[in-house]
Structures are given as C-alpha cells and as structure tokens.
Design a protein around this ligand. Structure first.
Ligand SMILES: Nc1ncnc2c1ncn2[C@@H]1O[C@H](COP(=O)(O)OP(=O)(O)OP(=O)(O)O)[C@@H](O)[C@H]1O
Ligand SMILES: [Mg+2]
Length: 281
C-alpha cells in the first residue's frame, strides 16, 4: 500500500537530513506503531505518506501513485488520512456535522452520499447525537474523535496519526485507542506515532527510529523485550515489561515479551506456583 524507496529528506540546505536512506513497505490493513526519541524523524517520515512532504531524494508511493506527481495528490489524500496531536487546529466547521462533512463535501459527492458518510463516521467514533453541537464545546478526547470522524468520512484505506493521544486524559486516550483497534479490525490500516510503549504494544508491527533511520522493525514481542536497548535510546519500555525484566535479572524464570497486565498476572501466578511446588519438594 505504501512503499518508501531510499527516502532522504532535508529541511534546509546544508543541514543534516531529518530522515535518511529509508526503505519501507507497508501492506494494506497493517497496524503499525512508530516510536523513537524526540527529533528522530517520525513526523518527517509520516508526512511523506500523504504528500505533505516530498522526498529530497528517493520516492514514496501510495497504492502505486508517486507522491511527486501532483496529479495524484487528491487521490493520495483520499487514501491516506492524517490526524495530529492538536485536534483544535483540525476543526473547520461551525457544528459537528458540518465539520465532518467538510472533506466529503469537497469531493463533489451528492448531498445524500455526504449525509450518509457523515452519519456513518459519527456512529463509528461514537459521537452520534452531537451533530448540531459546536465543536468548541467538545472535550479534548471528543475533538480528537471528531477529527477522526472527518477522516473516516473520506473512506480512507490508511489513517496516519501523529501522537493523537498526547494531550488527552486517560479516558479520552482509551476511547481513541479502542477506536483504532476497531477501525483496524474493519480493514483500515493504522500508522500510529507515539511516545508510549504501552500504546505501541497495541500494534502488530513496531518501527523504531533513531537519528533519521529505522533501526528496528518487528512485532511488539520482538521489540519491547529489548529493555536495555530501548533504554539506551532514551525510550521507556512498558512498565510491565520492565517488571518482568527486573524479575529475570534476579534470576527468576519469566518471559520478557510481556506487555499487558493480564499476561503478567498469568506469568507471575505460574512463577509463584513453581516456587511453591519447589519448596514442597
Ligand atoms: N519545519 C522544520 N524545519 C527545520 N527542521 C525541522 C522541521 N521540522 C523538524 N525539523 C528537524 O528535523 C528533525 C526530525 O524532526 P521530526 O519532527 O521529524 O522528529 P520527531 O521524531 O517527530 O520528533 P518528536 O518526537 O519531538 O515529535 C529534527 O532534528 C528537527 O529539529
Ligand atoms: Mg513528531
């Protein structure tokens, strides 16, 4: 779905590139998290996915359309929707429904089709009933859901999110993350830039970036258990993984590819059982 060939991007001549020599293939329907320290190039990379940035060197293709080709721009932006950290800046309508209708309205669709898409998108994000409300009366979490509804009304193949939960309270975060999972189960690809390893663990593939390069690409199991390596990059592994790692360092026989509370409870119960039977024997 998205192919990146030898992508290098430099913001200003003479400065070192923000991303360099990247090669990447992203298939339809994948759920990818991108993590990495501040300034490593995450935002720069994803802005290439819907042609907000055009490579200094190399190529980016979306569904075989080259982002350099200005004739493909509209088609690329229909396929790849982009959401940012600050949902306030993404509000364009006076009411919730007007806001969601903005994108599909610009596609020149018949009014009935726009209506259908708006209702469907609001239903998907759980904002049905708020159609006539002013977006500015919504909570931070609801504004982010509204921004996502606006993207969904374009019926994209992939949604790219740049730290969408960074300014949300825990409840807002949870709603957005649950929605991402639901959308992915419906076949929409998700690319989620995050500083939270707990959030990254929800993806099926994690890309780790450092200094403009992708330095690891694998499943959450592969990536998050590399506790010491993540820390050396300045990234905090999930607390659960850290706990299991500490137990392992103390000589306990536990796995470290564990990043949910449920899995940790199971692993620790098993450990306690083993310790109990060892004591009896
Ligand atoms: N508009 C810009 N003009 C000049 N340099 C920029 C611009 N945006 C980013 N950079 C530089 O490019 C590099 C990569 O930045 P980028 O924003 O892609 O990193 P990031 O991984 O998204 O960081 P963060 O985690 O802080 O969001 C950094 O050195 C940054 O200072
Ligand atoms: Mg960024």
């Amino acid at each position: 779905m998205i192919r990146v060939y030898n992508l290098t991007y430099t913001y200003e001549k003479g400065r070192s590139p923000a991303v360099k020599g990247l090669n990447l293939e992203i298939d339809e329907g994948e759920y990818i998290a991108i993590i990495g320290p501040n300034g490593c190039g995450k935002t720069t990379l994803i802005r290439h996915f819907n042609a907000l940035l055009i490579p200094s060197v190399g190529e980016v293709q979306v569904a075989e359309l080259n982002t350099r080709d200005s004739k493909s721009l509209l088609e690329i932006r229909r396929r790849v929707g982009m959401a940012f950290q600050n949902a306030d800046n993404q509000i364009v309508g006076m009411s919730v429904e007007e806001d969601v209708a903005f994108g599909p309205g610009n596609l020149g669709l018949p009014a009935a089709e726009v209506r259908r898409r708006v209702d469907q998108a609001l239903e998907m994000v759980g904002l049905t009933g708020l159609q006539t409300h002013s977006p500015h009366t919504l909570s931070g979490g609801q504004k982010q859901l509204l921004a996502l509804a606006g993207l969904l009304a374009m019926e994209p193949k992939i949604i790219v999110l740049d730290e969408p939960t960074a300014s949300l309270d825990p409840e807002g975060k949870k709603k957005v993350l649950t929605l991402l999972k639901t959308l992915n189960l419906q076949g929409i690809g998700i690319i989620h830039v995050t500083h939270s390893m707990e959030e990254a663990a929800l993806a099926s593939r994690i890309l780790v970036m450092n200094q403009g390069e992708v330095v690891a690409d694998g499943s959450p199991g592969d990536i998050l258990r590399r506790v010491e390596w993540l820390k050396s990059l300045g990234l905090a592994p999930p607390q659960i993984t850290e706990l299991m790692w500490q137990l392992q360092q103390r000589g306990e026989d536990v796995g470290t590819s564990i990043f949910t509370v449920d899995a940790a409870v199971e692993e620790i119960s098993n450990l306690l059982e083993r310790l109990k039977s060892a004591r009896k024997a």
